[in-house]
Design a protein around this ligand. Structure first.
Ligand SMILES: Cc1cc2nc3c(=O)[nH]c(=O)nc-3n(C[C@H](O)[C@H](O)[C@H](O)COP(=O)(O)OP(=O)(O)OC[C@H]3O[C@@H](n4cnc5c(N)ncnc54)[C@H](O)[C@@H]3O)c2cc1C
Length: 441
């Protein structure tokens, strides 16, 4: 038997590589914390690439908000246990500034109106209210506001995206919208968005695509395409196509697994490694235990064998049921790694409402870890389970991010709050200002 490898020791170990874990690793790096991230990529791969802050509150009324900050103020008053109530507005703003600055540095710029939500087109022809959109989708926000003449294009090969379907839902409000279906250029026979995005990395395919789009352009003042404009050099590809076609282009989010999610994952992995974060992506933590009072020991199962991590602090960013951070059985719901108490409606019969599509969501959708003001999960007795154990993201209780439209915002804000609670920045690491990335329009 080969000897087990030496354990890797870190000040902070973060479990879960969804947007909460990745953001926590970024904020830790910015504060000079020695951190390791271990986890399978989260719902990020399924995500639209849009970043919601808060759009709907209260769920009972279905009220949608233009000003997400006013919505957060109202939510804090109404649900004092909501994770947003444990982070100052200034901290949420700082978290977004840091995240967007980082992504822009990684060649994945986002746009927003700092104090307003925006509306974007969705694959199904609906309109979604969100906070930040990839730069490559921003033209769609403007086009929809202006309702100018616009061409939506789809491809023979791409399933699950129909320009015709989107346009037919919008035509009554947007008469200048037209559609065209064209074959995807080159030898790409694939039907997956990732394959098309990779194909557009080649200039020849872009040239052919631009020629086909130009032939259908007519009087259109902008062109909407499924979000497949490259995987690694999206900005350049989008600029290049715009120059060849001659009008602004915009991407429309597509069904999961989305290229926008892959771009986010790659940007994080690249950037975090550059910042000195130890990354164990695609690895699963099989078990965690406390050793003495100041050490967490994690056993990691990986295709290349087993690893052991030691951390003096641990952050759970392991998601809910889909990610595997929570487990439900006949006896209730528990957290999977440390068997922590999970807040949820007592009786199984109370977990769901009668109507599956009830706009208020189901009570079980607000299940999760209860925390104190320092983002420390509480044990069965209502006390912090461990002085140096933190939690962030969708694993937290008292929030329904799907219905409230606050998925990324909640993950990022709670990651910031938990890293801040971990401790002050290491000497020499100051808070960074990312003002240059903020769009004031
Ligand atoms: C289809 C879809 C569309 C979405 N669209 C939007 C949108 O438009 N706007 C928006 O703001 N948000 C959107 N979201 C939500 C957004 O992705 C959430 O913010 C996010 O899912 C919550 O992030 P998280 O990091 O807390 O949890 P997760 O994304 O669930 O990540 C947790 C990760 O931890 C890993 N993990 C769990 N246990 C272990 C273990 N033992 N060892 C290692 N790893 C472990 C899981 O595998 C998982 O990968 C969407 C989500 C989905 C599914």
């Amino acid at each position: 038997m080969p000897d087990a490898p030496e354990p890797i020791t870190s000040d902070l170990v973060i479990v879960g590589a969804g947007i909460a874990g990745l953001s926590a690793a970024l904020f830790a790096a910015e504060r000079g914390i020695d951190a390791t991230l271990v986890g399978e990529t989260g719902e990020i791969l399924f995500a639209s690439g849009l970043m919601d802050l808060l759009a709907v509150h209260p769920l009972e009324d279905g009220r949608t908000w233009e000003d997400p900050w006013a919505a957060i103020d109202a939510l804090r008053r109404d649900i004092p246990a909501h994770p947003y109530a444990r982070v100052e507005t200034a901290d949420i703003r700082a978290a977004f500034d840091a995240l967007l600055g980082f992504l822009a540095d990684q060649g994945l710029p986002y746009r927003r109106r700092t104090d307003r939500n925006v509306d974007v087109l969705t694959t199904m022809g609906g309109v979604k209210r969100t906070y930040c959109v990839p730069e490559t989708a921003w033209g769609g926000v403007r086009a929809m506001e202006e309702k100018a003449s616009c061409l939506l294009v789809d491809f023979d090969q791409l399933r699950g995206f129909s320009a015709r379907q989107i346009a037919s839902a919008l035509e009554p409000r947007w008469p200048g919208i037209r559609t065209a279906r064209i074959p995807f250029p080159g030898s790409t026979r694939g039907q997956y968005a990732e394959q098309l995005a990779l194909a557009l990395e080649a200039p020849g395919n872009r040239e052919a695509l631009a020629a086909d789009v130009r032939a259908c352009l007519g009087t259109a003042r902008s062109v909407g395409l499924p979000a497949v404009l490259g995987l690694y050099r999206t900005e350049m590809i989008s600029r290049d196509l715009r120059d060849r076609i001659g009008v602004p282009l915009f991407e429309i989010p597509i069904l999961p697994p989305s290229v926008a999610g892959l771009r986010l994952r790659d940007a994080f992995h690249r950037g975090l490694t550059e910042k000195g974060i130890r990354l164990f992506p695609h690895h699963r933590v099989a078990a965690v235990r406390y050793e003495q009072t100041d050490k967490f020991v994690l056993d990691i199962a990986a295709p290349d064998g087993e690893h052991r991590l030691h951390g003096s602090a641990l952050m759970l960013a392991s998601g809910r049921f889909l990610g595997g951070g929570l487990r439900a059985d006949r006896n209730g719901i528990r957290e999977t790694l440390l068997d922590l108490r999970v807040h949820h409606p007592g009786e199984r019969a109370d977990w769901h409402r009668q109507d599956f599509l009830d706009p208020r969501g189901h009570p079980v959708n607000a299940a999760g870890l209860e925390i104190d003001d320092r983002f420390r999960p509480l044990n069965d007795g209502g006390e912090p389970a461990h002085e140096r154990l933190f939690a962030a993201g969708s694993i937290l209780a008292h929030q329904n991010w799907i219905r409230s439209k606050c998925g990324v915002g909640l993950a990022v804000a709670s990651a910031w709050g938990a890293v801040k609670a971990y401790g002050p920045p290491t000497e020499g690491y100051a808070s960074l200002s990312f003002e240059k990335y903020i769009d004031k329009n």
